[in-house]
Design a protein around this ligand. Sequence first.
Ligand SMILES: [Zn+2]
Length: 156
Amino acid sequence: MVKKMNVESFNLDHTKVKAPYVRLVGVTTGVNGDKVYKYDLRFKQPNEAHMEMPGLHSLEHLLAEKIRDHLDNVLDVGPMGCQTGFYLAVLNNDSYDDIIKALAVTLEDVMIATEVPACNEVQCGWAASHSLIDAQAIAQEMLNERSQWSIVFKEE
Ligand SMILES: [Zn+2]
């Protein structure tokens, strides 16, 4: 038995998951009853595939900007260091279905985007590392598997 770690995803067996998927990581309730829902948006199969940084970075900008057009109370969209997905944190929305729908329509937005938002040296920390084409390829691949997003684990 592996020692229980502080970070939820360190306790997740990454050999048992089946990407792409959308997984509720956990819910944190504040002292006033507000709830933060954290999701694992897994685009690539762990230890088998990953996103290259320019496409991942552009997709991060696009998701962060455009998902807020479709979903209220988005706190954060951030890439995983392993380059296989993103974390999404949302305040006071317990609907998994809302998340799925918002992600799908946001990825559709990505497919028709003509530029990456904020990819300049004033608004971004590595403005040279972007690729809209690669971001769109990742988005398309994710959209193609939409019917599978709610299935997180491989069949035994
Ligand atoms: Zn950036």
